[in-house]
Design a protein around this ligand. Structure first.
Ligand SMILES: CC(=O)SCCNC(=O)CCNC(=O)[C@H](O)C(C)(C)COP(=O)(O)OP(=O)(O)OC[C@H]1O[C@@H](n2cnc3c(N)ncnc32)[C@H](O)[C@@H]1OP(=O)(O)O
Length: 386
């Protein structure tokens, strides 16, 4: 069976950084104005203020990067301002994708023309068609075929499995998985419970059949495992039927909404069981795991999942946190952690990239650092989705 190797990753980080204090100042200025409006209109109910202390304590988030800070921090607007682009211009997600893909291709030592599958996988696509991936394929000069897919926060791991299988069956020899997440556009910055949760970023991953890979030390995919379980606890009702259902396009449910506590309670055990069962199916023990690159939604969730999987608190750097800087970047989060925190791993070290999110959906990708190019250990050398 063809072995599939991750040979390069890339990351696009928007220039605008917004820390909690700036976000909270904008939110509280809006609350003050809104409460004054309510008082004037004789409405009794008042809105509560937000606080940086709460955000850090509840989530571990200190900062987020966004495509446009000015629109978000304007209390009169509180949403990013992204100018409309003409059909002849590269789309916003296409531009993010070109930046992240360029870095990933360079790391892999692969020319764009040698890519024959491009998957754009993210929570929110900026239009239904033509597919952003097909536009990106053209912008990069990649060959083969391309398609978009959305499995919310698990989009990237589901796409890794899809790309790896395409390589295994011979439909592609090299694939690019790109996750351009513009979470600031689906976030209700006027909702106290969630206004701090998300940031924007784009990741890219190059996957190759091992016979073709030339990168010095790639990460061999030992197996992938995906799970979904329906839940309304995280939801966004925006959709193309809005126009014909005559529903209010400004209604709060047309943006991200969640029952945070429920998500915490229901998703942590699901994810811990997914990883543990996946490792067992690969004849790996929990303590074989040198690293957990977990989805980055909430620091406490990650601590709990890592503890459940490992049976003890993770060692320093064993379950890296990037949400302190990036906040929740949906499907990009676990890939950012993988991108930034893998180079120190010794050859042969095993780790898991694990996403979880709306759906619910969760994906586990177990990888092992190669011992220099072309040398693959046979002990856990199974291919396929396991
Ligand atoms: C998986 C995904 O990627 S989906 C997207 C992200 N999802 C998640 O992160 C799900 C996991 N859940 C969580 O992380 C958490 O539930 C959070 C961070 C969303 C919220 O933290 P919680 O501790 O659950 O806060 P909760 O909503 O219960 O509120 C606790 C208190 O803080 C208050 N509070 C809520 N928001 C704020 C705020 N912005 N500032 C100050 N206080 C606040 C509430 O009013 C409440 O006060 P009370 O105890 O007096 O009633």
């Amino acid at each position: 069976m063809t072995q599939v190797v991750i040979t390069g990753t890339g990351l696009f980080t928007p220039e605008h950084a917004v820390d909690n204090d700036a976000l909270v100042a904008a939110f509280n200025a809006w609350v003050e104005a809104e409460n004054a409006r309510r008082a004037e209109a004789g409405v009794e109910e008042r809105l509560d203020y937000s606080s940086s202390d709460f955000i850090v304590k509840a989530s571990g988030i200190l900062n987020r990067y966004v495509l446009d800070a000015e629109g978000i921090l304007d209390p009169e607007r509180m949403r990013p301002r992204l100018p409309r682009r003409s059909n002849d211009e590269l789309s916003i997600q296409g531009e993010m994708g070109v930046a992240a893909a360029g870095e990933a291709l360079e790391a892999a030592g692969v020319a764009a023309a040698d890519i024959d599958l491009v998957i754009v996988a993210c929570s929110n696509l900026e239009r239904p068609y033509p597919a952003v991936s097909v536009e990106l394929q053209a912008a990069l000069g990649a060959g083969g075929y391309a398609f978009d897919m959305n499995v919310a926060c698990s989009s990237a791991t589901f796409a890794i499995e899809t790309a790896a299988n395409a390589i295994r069956v011979g439909n592609a020899s090299r694939a690019l998985v790109v996750s351009p997440e513009i979470c600031s556009a689906h976030l209700n910055f006027r909702d106290r419970d969630s206004h701090f949760i998300f940031g924007d970023a784009c990741t890219a991953i190059v996957l190759e059949s091992d016979e073709l890979a030339t990168a010095e030390s790639g990460f061999e995919i030992l197996g992938t495992r995906l799970v979904t379980r329906f839940s309304n606890a995280i939801r966004n009702n925006a959709g193309f039927l809005d126009r014909v259902t005559d529903s209010d396009p400004q209604a709060p449910d047309k943006l991200f909404i969640q029952e945070g506590r429920r998500v915490f309670k229901e998703v942590c055990p699901l994810v811990a069981a997914l990883i543990t069962d996946h490792l067992a199916s690969l004849e790996l023990a929990d303590d074989d795991l040198a690293r957990l690159w977990l989805h980055q939604a909430n620091r406490h969730m990650n601590d709990l999942i890592a503890r459940r999987v490992l049976g003890h608190d993770p060692g320093p750097g064993q379950a890296p946190i990037i949400l302190d800087r990036y906040a929740n970047t949906s499907s990009a989060g676990s890939i950012i952690a993988f991108h930034l925190h893998r180079q120190d791993l010794a050859p042969g070290a095993v780790g898991v990239v694990c996403s979880f999110g709306a759906g619910y959906s969760a994906g586990s990708v177990v990888v092992r650092r190669q011992r220099g190019h072309g040398v693959i250990e046979q002990r856990h050398g199974q291919g396929g989705s396991r």
